[in-house]
Write a protein that binds this ligand. Sequence first.
Ligand code: PEP
Length: 244
Amino acid sequence: MTGKLVIGNWKMNGRLAANLALIDALRADAAVQAAQVAVAPPFAYLGQAAALLAGSNIALAAQDVSAFDKDGAYTGEVSAAMLADVGCRYVLIGHSERRQYFAEDHALLARKLQAAVAAGLIPVYCVGETLAEREADAYKAVIAEQLAVLGALAGRDYVVAYEPVWAIGTGKVASVEQIDDVHQYIRATLLQCHGASDSIRVLYGGSVKADNADAIFSLQSVGGALVGGASLDVESFGRICQAA
Ligand code: PEP
């Protein structure tokens, strides 16, 4: 796996005019142009973003996907086939905000993963422990349980993002030792699960900023970053891409 992948998760932010300005600026940024990069706008703006990103090196990602794999009477849902149809390459699955606010459990996430790979999307499967789980020294058990659903994805192209919940949007970044420890653990678990893990990228996410990206990317176990807040600011995102 060469180079680091940087994915910007816009979360529930954006408007037509702001997205246009942001994507224009990203397209003009030399560091972004030189990086392996994707952005994940809200569903409502995927079509707009796909048109604005056409011909660029910036891939499109969705923030979620329906577990239902056939079109039909599922009001409010967006299928993996629809995401592929509008030009998405990646889809985030199991982000801690989805687990926390929408009660997404392992069974549902397993279905979303299957739906995504069946449509040719690359899932970016998010795992990570809460502060209480970290303090109780239960984080590896929690992550192992979250990773278990990946057993069904042997031989498929997917990405894992380690995002300690206590570091997301809090400004508290995990230390390089903590990141390396968990990334090594994830890699060992995937190796045990699939018999190989070299081709699986493991991203770090949780308050990645311009001033900590160099240290995080210096770890060989880190295959890139999932960036929330800093992905809305071109200068910060560009500097993270530069570090990548
Ligand atoms: C995220 O939402 O995936 C994330 C890592 O957010 P932030 O970078 O803002 O902590």
